[in-house]
Design a protein around this ligand. Structure first.
Ligand code: CA
Length: 438
């Protein structure tokens, strides 16, 4: 079981600078329980100092490769290597334009490499990139990896899954029941980087940053095994490293059919909080009265005056009505323009989904159930654990559950869960290539 883990706070200008602790991140990728290779990749590129952050922000990317296994690995690796490189090169004061172009250039390069070598032909990768900028969070996204934001107990999926299921639901052509019954395969994606010379990239945001906001990027190896509510509860209850670890462990304990990658970031303190509001639309975009309606109204009104003078009362009345209709229509059109003008200041249509994620007795029961099964498996398989330490943590979990402190209970039980999985891992590695069957 190969697992790569990173965790950090932003590097500092001076050791005591609030900048140092302004953003905390943690990430890990795991091959899962069924696959022999990990085709997921991620990167976290943090600005070294405030000046760089103001220009380019912090960048996090998760990519999930597909194709014959070496091809999938290469595609996702190229995505997380090329995008930060191109973005840094292209960003000359327009980070949004630069990240879009960087993703498009990565697509061209992956496509070119795929065409050049028959072994890599048709390789592709999802790519979900999160930029944390002074103006807020900007997302560039292709495929079905996801970016979530947790604020308080509300988890929002900021990205749209480019999957058959989501596209069909959005088209409104198939009923919810059909989608729920798994009549539509869940793993078919409709867009990725690499297979075609051009790609359509979703841009979303800016989403203003608040103190305490937590962002999570993941591949479908996580979102396929945990519900949004579970992801939100774990992200909101645990410290970042533990949240990443516990989510991966839980996905593996549910079968781990796919590679699992999770990257998280937390805004801490006021340094990165978005202070400015969205820029107002430029003057030419501001609503103005549509000139055609104005002219029609004035012509009708003048006609009414002339007709009155020649005593054509019925015709004059009709002209007055026409002038009135033209005037009102123009006003309605202007109001409609106004609302679309507002939307144009925002990119994309996210958030695309919301879940309330309150730590609950039900969720605690889920976790304790998993722990119990794992304990039974460990006894059967002869895996050594420090039972006293685990029992102590379980006792704390039980006490917090009885006091209805579910968040604290989840913390204790996740400690137990991750400790047991660490031991299971050691055992699995000892047994070399034998796979564990939960
Ligand atoms: Ca996957």
């Amino acid at each position: 079981m190969n697992s790569k883990v990173t965790s950090s706070s932003t590097r500092s200008e001076s050791p005591n600078s609030p900048w140092r602790t302004a953003l905390a991140t943690s990430a890990a990728t795991d091959v899962g329980m069924r696959r022999s290779a990990n085709q997921d990749s991620y990167c976290i590129t943090l600005a070294d100092d405030r000046e760089k952050w103001e220009r380019s922000g912090h960048l996090l990317i998760v990519a999930d490769g597909m194709g014959a296994h070496a091809a999938g690995e290469l595609a996702s690796r190229l995505s997380v290597d090329l995008i930060p490189h191109h973005y840094a090169k292209l960003n000359r004061g327009d980070p949004i334009g630069a990240i879009l172009q960087a993703v498009e250039e990565a697509n061209s390069e992956i496509y070119r490499r795929g065409q050049a070598n028959p072994e890599f032909r048709g390789m592709g990768t999802t790519t979900s990139a999160l930029l944390l900028l002074p103006a807020g969070a900007i997302l560039a996204h292709v495929g079905d990896s996801r970016i979530y934001r947790l604020r308080g107990q509300t988890l929002e999926q900021l990205t749209f899954d480019h999957s058959l299921v989501w596209e069909m639901r959005a088209s409104g052509e198939v009923g919810e029941e059909m989608l729920r019954n798994n009549a539509v395969p869940k793993n078919v994606i409709t867009r990725s980087l690499g297979p075609n010379p051009n790609v359509q990239v979703d841009l979303e945001g800016p989403f203003p940053l608040q103190n305490g906001d937590r962002f999570l990027l993941c591949s479908d190896g996580l979102s396929g095994q945990l519900t949004d509510e579970e992801i939100g509860i774990l992200l909101g209850s645990l410290d970042l490293d533990m949240a990443v670890r516990a989510m991966i462990d839980l996905a593996n304990l549910r079968g781990g059919p796919d590679n699992i990658t999770v990257a998280v970031a937390e805004i801490r303190g006021d340094e990165l909080v978005t202070k400015s509001v969205l820029p107002t639309p430029p003057p030419e975009d501001r609503p103005s009265y549509p000139i055609g309606f104005g002219i029609a109204g004035v012509v009708c009104a003048l006609a009414a005056v002339v007709l009155l003078m020649v005593k054509q009362i019925p015709l004059a009345a009709v002209s007055v009505a026409a002038a009135f209709v033209a005037g009102i229509s123009g006003w309605i059109k202007m109001m409609k323009f106004d609302s679309s003008g507002d939307r144009s200041a925002r990119l994309g249509r996210g958030p695309h989904r919301k879940a309330q994620c309150k730590p609950s007795a039900d969720f605690v029961k889920q976790i304790t159930g998993v722990i119990q099964e794992l304990q039974e498996w460990m006894v059967e398989s002869g895996v050594q654990v420090d039972q006293r330490e685990l029992d102590a943590a379980i006792a704390l979990g039980q006490r917090e559950t009885a006091a209805r402190n579910y968040k604290q209970a989840i913390q204790h039980y996740c400690e137990v869960l991750t400790a047991m999985m660490r031991n299971a891992r050691v055992k699995a590695d000892d047994r070399d290539d034998e796979s564990i069957d939960y």
